[in-house]
Design a protein around this ligand. Structure first.
Ligand code: ATP
Ligand code: MG
Length: 427
């Protein structure tokens, strides 16, 4: 028996045909002569009607919200129905009768988070998860079309990439290891063989403060490639973000519109993105009344305020080396400045950090020492600079930060099915 995906009915091709659908009861309303069941499957939601006196009416009467069922009936065009089509039911087979579903209208945010395993059935989460899947696909396509090879980095690591404060330590047999914060140091190994690589993997950060843009486990897209400079980093980043926005606007038009997002907004995202230096960013912030001084890192409030000037993605580059990681290359004629660049977007702030990596062995050792790290923890990383070192660059993009911006989400937790934060690791 052919099961029609609900979305297919809205193409108009099933008009006046008898169809079989399968799914769950989304809403139920009973009038004197008709029971209206809204049925959802993975692809969409359709209204069905069961008339009084029929077999279908009896089954529809018993059925509860979120019960699973198979339903047969005739597709009718009806402008009063959501989407313009409905099904006149001839037969209902209840598959799994649902107990009273705990999610109704006006539930608190906390409650919704406690029952995430049920909330993920909501239309909103269904749409976001579909778009997330497509956004990941677009990113893979983007890199593959440009000759980047995907590699799989380790999750257990021995030394920090982004600093000790947010490292998760974990028992590993008789010793301690850490959960990875970034694939970068390992990715750098592979460029000596594959030249252009990228990873799509989780990163773990022990973020102790609660914010709307930090998770303790997030998905990280990290390309790394050889024989390239700062300009190459910014070019690839703006091309990537623009490509993902364009494709999403085209391919996910229906999902975006149902979420209340105008696809035109994403279609407007095109290269080049404005570029300002850290120095200019500080000057702009001073004019806005912020007290941040040269050498200080920008926080969320500063990033948001700065983004108001642009109202689109933009780059901030050339940071003081003190606020950037030890592996950042510095300008030979300006040793206090790191070749590091962040991509910022309105409302969310930073969505990527990237730049050139120190490729000179002696400089690298100097930077490791200056940063208060132990040289012996980075033996293999330093070793790579001894055998045919090359200028190379890379960046890291937080998938959920990107989605949070594209889909105008209030909180990063809705960009991932099972968000982890300092307070939450359930379900
Ligand atoms: P922030 O300053 O916003 O905490 P960061 O500079 O520490 O971020 P990076 O080490 O530069 O983060 O990581 C690269 C990218 O990974 C960031 O630009 C961001 O998109 C994403 N990212 C970093 N930390 C988190 C997190 N805790 N949750 C979600 N995404 C994150
Ligand atoms: Mg950063």
């Amino acid at each position: 028996m052919y099961i029609t995906p609900i979305q297919e009915i809205f193409t108009g091709n099933c008009k006046d045909n008898c169809v079989n659908i399968r799914g769950w009861v989304y809403r139920k309303r009973t009038s004197k002569k008709t029971i209206f069941l809204l049925i959802r499957d993975a692809t969409g939601i359709i209204q069905t009607t069961s008339k009084k006196g029929t077999e279908a009416w009896k089954e529809a009467g018993k059925i509860t919200i979120e019960s699973s069922l198979k339903l047969s009936g005739t597709v009718k065009e009806d402008e009063r129905a959501p989407g313009g089509y409905e099904i006149t039911t001839s037969k209902i087979d209840i598959i799994g009768l649902s107990e009273t579903f705990p999610i109704g209208k006006d539930q608190s945010e906390e409650f919704i988070r406690d029952i995430r395993h049920l909330w993920l059935r909501s239309r909103k989460m269904n749409l976001i998860m579909r778009i997330r899947s497509e956004v990941l696909r677009f990113m893979h396509t983007f890199f593959r079309e440009r000759g980047f090879i995907e590699i799989s980095p380790p999750m257990f690591i021995t030394s920090a990439c982004e600093g000790g404060a947010t490292l998760f330590r974990t028992k590993y047999f008789d010793r301690d290891l850490y959960l990875t914060q970034s694939a970068q140091l390992y990715s750098e190994i592979l460029i000596y063989s594959l030249e252009k690589i990228y990873t799509c993997a989780p990163s773990f950060r022990a973020e102790k403060s609660r914010t709307i843009r930090h998770l303790t486990e997030y998905w990280h897209i990290e390309p790394e490639w050889a024989f390239a400079d700062m300009d190459d980093v910014m070019k690839i980043e703006e091309e990537l973000v623009s490509y993902v926005c364009q494709e999403t606007a085209e391919v996910c038009r229906r999902e975006l519109e149902e979420l209340g997002i105008d696809p035109k907004k994403l279609l407007q995202i095109r290269p080049p993105f404005p570029r300002i230096t850290y120095k200019e960013a500080i000057e702009r912030l001073h004019r806005k009344g912020f007290k941040v001084s040269w050498g200080e890192d920008m926080g969320y409030d500063e990033e948001k305020a700065l983004a108001e000037d642009f109202n689109r993605p933009f780059f901030v580059h050339d940071y003081p080396k003190e606020i950037k990681a030890f592996y950042c290359k510095t300008y030979r004629d300006r040793p206090e400045i790191a070749m590091s660049v962040d991509l910022l977007v309105p409302r969310v702030g930073e969505i990527t950090t990237g730049g050139a990596r120190e490729d000179d062995r002696d400089e690298l050792i100097k930077r490791i020492r200056e940063s208060g790290l132990r040289e012996e923890d980075y033996d293999w990383y330093i070793d790579m600079r001894r055998y045919g070192s090359v200028p190379h660059v890379g960046f890291g993009l937080g998938v959920e930060r990107l989605l949070m911006w594209m889909l105008e989400l209030d909180n990063i937790i809705d960009a991932i099915p099972f968000p982890r934060s300092i307070r939450r690791s359930y379900p």
